[in-house]
Ligand binder design. Structure first.
Ligand code: AVJ
Ligand code: FE
Length: 437
């Protein structure tokens, strides 16, 4: 007999897995085999590695752990273990060639669909609410974002195309919003597919603060540059200043100046930098320096989440800024539907109760905070998803970008990276503490 809701969970899992595979196919079928096996940047794996790694993780969690079946190709596990070989080494491994990688991932999926059809979606923690299926769908979508970063780093003419984001009418918005001080619920214990680092729900208190209504734009960032932002040590953390000097940084990644104008390369197309779009491809150090120059600071992770989830009327934390409904195309720029952020000030239907916009989608937002476990954290189902990354080496990013699928994006979702990284789809917004009294 089926658990109540098991059929709906199987349908949801099937849809999430199918959508992820469609995106993977799109990202790996638009380039030839040479480009699939090439290393476009030492920061990234060859695309063909991501493809087989997606299949290998699915095999390990859904075929072996959930299905209790024998390994299909145990000899390839070490090749696709992200901890065995750094990205820069992966091109020289005896990886499955593109046709074999595709056939392997497809073969795993065929078998997994049988496991799914026979799963009761309850009992073991891995199966409750279909968690393992949701986790694997999120994993594939996360690698689809990783592969999109590889596409952005790749040289050569454009191969990916998407319509621009919707042009929501431009209305005057206040520059910042006051978020009241006091306790709120951070994290979650009841979001079925939330990953281990988002758990458990706990009470956090923050002092009242102001936060930008919209992410920092290219236009605002250009003002920082024009004011000598990259040449004035005062704005930078020592390690950030090191980066500026060592790499002669003068602008966000993928920007270049031509005849006094700033241009940027975006998926193989060079275009003038759009001043009203959120700034993209900045490191944590650049975000931090901009904020200091502006007389402000980055929000802490707790402040970001309170701004995104806290409903001052009910005192409850919502799943998303707009409420509890899953993200639709009017709420947020997610899912690679558009291959760029929307103009800052768009997506009115996605605003938080206090009126903060574009917290979800468009650009990942750097926060001031290190990636640390919540009180009561338990690694699940494996330490290598989150636990091994906790500490001061990683800063938290929140909210997801245009490259993130809705299945891997929530008001509680936590991303992290090294503060020097700028190839990721990262931007930020700023905050300030309220005057005492
Ligand atoms: C959560 C995006 C930092 O890509 O390194 C993919 C996600 N973990 N495979 C990453 C992940 C294992 C992870 N991030
Ligand atoms: Fe992975």
């Amino acid at each position: 007999p089926d658990a109540p809701g098991a059929k709906a969970l199987r349908t949801r899992a099937l849809e999430a897995l199918t959508a992820a595979r469609a995106r993977t196919a799109l990202l790996t079928e638009c380039v030839d085999d040479g480009e699939l096996t090439a290393q476009h940047s030492p920061l990234m794996s060859p695309l063909v590695w991501d493809l087989a790694h997606i299949g290998n993780q699915e095999e390990q969690w859904l075929w072996r752990a959930v299905g209790g079946r024998e390994a299909l190709r145990p000899e390839i596990d070490p090749l696709y273990d992200a901890f065995e070989h750094p990205r820069s080494e992966r091109p020289s491994l005896p990886l499955l060639p593109p046709d074999e990688a595709r056939a392997y991932a497809a073969g795993v999926r065929d078998r997994v669909l049988d496991v799914l059809a026979g799963s009761r979606m309850e009992g073991r923690p891995l199966l409750a609410d279909g968690f393992a299926f949701g986790m694997v769908a999120q994993h594939e979508q996360q690698h689809d974002e990783t592969m999109l970063i590889t596409h952005q780093l790749r040289k050569g003419p454009a191969v990916l195309h998407a319509p621009p984001p919707p042009a929501h009418p431009s209305v005057p918005l206040p520059a910042e919003v006051l978020v009241p001080g006091g306790p709120f619920t951070m994290g979650t214990s009841d979001e079925p597919w939330a990953l281990d680092n988002e758990r458990p729900a706990h009470t956090r208190s923050v002092a009242a603060f102001h936060i930008d209504t919209v992410p920092v734009t290219n236009g605002a960032y250009l003002a920082f540059m024009a004011d000598g932002g990259y040449t004035d040590r005062r704005w930078w953390r020592p390690e950030g200043w090191e980066q500026v000097r060592a790499h002669a940084l003068v602008a966000p990644l993928f920007w270049r100046q031509e005849g006094g104008r700033w241009l940027r390369r975006r998926f193989g197309v060079t275009e003038p930098v759009p001043e009203d779009e959120p700034v993209l491809h900045v490191s944590w150090y650049e975000a931090d320096a901009y904020a200091r120059w502006a007389g402000r600071r980055l929000p802490t992770e707790a402040e970001w989440e309170k701004a995104a989830r806290y409903d001052p009327v009910t005192g409850r934390s919502r799943r998303y800024p707009w409420g509890d409904a899953d993200p639709g195309p009017d709420h947020a720029n997610l899912g690679q539907r558009h291959l760029r952020p929307a103009r800052a000030g768009g997506y009115p239907a996605g605003a938080s109760p206090l009126g903060v916009r574009q917290l979800i989608g468009d650009v990942w937002e750097w926060t001031a905070s290190d990636f640390l476990p919540y009180p009561g954290f338990r690694a699940f189902p494996y330490k290598e998803y989150s636990e091994v990354f906790f500490g001061a080496a990683h800063k938290v990013l929140r909210g997801g970008s245009f490259a993130v699928d809705a299945v891997a994006c929530r008001g509680t979702f936590r991303n992290w990276d090294h503060p020097v990284r700028r190839q990721i789809f990262s931007g930020f917004r700023t905050a300030r503490s309220t005057e005492p009294g």
